[in-house]
Design a protein around this ligand. Structure first.
Ligand SMILES: Cc1cc2nc3c(=O)[nH]c(=O)nc-3n(C[C@H](O)[C@H](O)[C@H](O)COP(=O)(O)O)c2cc1C
Ligand SMILES: CCCCC(=O)C(=O)O
Length: 381
């Protein structure tokens, strides 16, 4: 017992950092972020938390989900079951992990820990090109669990193609082409901090990592719609196009060979004042209705950005997303609790989603239909 020497905590008061009884607040994402901030070096925290220019879009993303309201169905004797499929692969929850870079800055095991957590809870992980472990190392951390690989352009086209090929060979189930980063966004915090990967960490998928590489985007200004079919062929994987916010672009991607469209603002890190995912999603869903993937199935739509509660996720499913992905909440989980922290965040939000579904009379993710939501008329649109 340490209590004898410690002042009793007042109700609602945060436990002190040295309080051994202090349970990580995995169910309170604001407090979890505050805890992560305590353990991360300030420039690392800024890199994870920050966004483009004034960060209005970072702040707006969670609020935008809350400009929708749910219309519960009653008397449906519902027991929610979260299981679904993504591009034909079964998953235990429609809440997955978005690709986020340099996870070794949050925890020594980095992407390996995140991958193990995803496998443990049956969630799908998307692994970033800008990882601190290689494509193959992350695959080997949980070889039987499904994962997708997110591709960024490398300096040499051969190296980019090689990464796509390696992702296919290592057992990833899809290639995610991130198309909202022709150049890196203007992130004022990173510019102020002169942010670079801390010494000792490597960009494991880059051919010749230098000791302390600056954050370089290897900007993909040269990619076009034709690259969708090209990378599908090179990797022999279905292609998901990530970072689409317009219906016309979504249709063009589908017709160019995409199997799925991922609606995203890149966490508000690229364009500030960008339309929030929560408002772009219905347009994209409407536009791709009837579009067919190369294997003959319907083109799927996913979404990320500011999803922080089970009811946010239910709104997304009702608006037509087949899956919802989390970025920063999993970063905070990894920083505070390693694999256990990531698993706790995923489990906590999945439980909230199941609860929201039961309360709204929705038995499965497929039963979340558009009639479940309405725009909150008294809020600005
Ligand atoms: C620290 C950080 C790094 C990111 N790195 C990548 C990346 O390497 N590739 C990518 O496609 N998206 C990347 N993203 C964007 C995420 O995949 C995702 O779109 C976004 O984080 C979702 O928003 P949320 O953080 O509000 O949940 C990154 C986001 C963050 C916060
Ligand atoms: C080169 C950029 C990699 C990480 C990234 O996508 C992000 O920081 O948002």
């Amino acid at each position: 017992m340490t209590g004898l020497t410690q002042r009793r905590r007042e109700p609602g008061e945060e436990p002190r950092p040295d309080d051994p009884d202090r349970e990580p607040p995995y169910l309170d994402l604001d407090r979890l972020e505050a805890r992560a901030r305590e353990v991360l070096a300030p420039p690392v925290y800024d890199y994870y938390a920050g966004g483009a220019e004034t960060e209005s879009s970072v702040q707006e993303a969670p609020q935008a989900w809350r400009s929708w309201r749910l219309r519960p169905r009653v008397l449906r004797a519902t027991q929610a079951d979260l299981a679904t499929t993504l591009l034909g692969t079964p998953v235990g929850t429609p809440i997955g992990i978005a690709p986020w870079a340099y996870q070794g800055m949050a925890h020594p095991d980095g992407e390996l820990a995140t991958r193990r957590a995803a496998a443990r809870v049956g969630a799908l992980m998307t692994v970033s090109t800008s990882a601190t472990h290689s494509v193959e190392e992350v695959a080997a951390a949980a070889p039987d669990a499904p994962a997708w690989f997110q591709l960024y352009r490398q300096h040499s086209p051969e190296h980019t193609a090689d990464l796509a090929r390696r992702a296919g060979a290592a057992g990833y189930r899809a290639l995610v082409l991130t198309v909202d980063l022709p150049v890196l966004g203007r992130r004022r915090r990173d510019l102020r901090n002169d942010f670079a990967l801390p010494a000792g960490l490597r960009m494991a998928n880059h051919p010749a990592p230098d000791d302390r590489p600056a954050l370089s985007a290897n900007a993909s200004t040269s990619w076009t719609f034709d690259d969708i079919a090209r990378f599908a062929e090179i990797s022999d994987l279905p292609v998901v196009v990530k970072g689409v916010l317009r219906g016309d672009d979504a249709v063009a991607c589908a017709r160019a060979g995409a199997s799925a469209i991922w609606v995203s603002t890149h966490g508000g890190r690229q364009v500030d004042l960008v339309v929030p995912s929560a408002h772009a999603l219905p347009e994209v869903v409407d536009a791709v209705r009837g579009e067919v993937a190369p294997d003959g199935s319907d083109v799927e739509v996913y979404v990320d950005g500011g999803v922080r509660a089970g009811s946010d996720a239910l709104v997304a499913l009702a608006l037509g997303a087949r899956a919802v992905f989390l970025g920063r909440p999993t970063a905070w989980g990894l920083a505070v609790g390693g694999a256990d922290g990531v698993a706790a965040v995923l489990t906590g939000l999945s439980e909230e989603l199941a609860h929201a579904m039961t309360l709204c009379g929705v038995a499965t993710p497929h039963d979340a239909t558009p009639d479940l939501v309405v725009r909150a008329g008294w809020l600005p649109r």
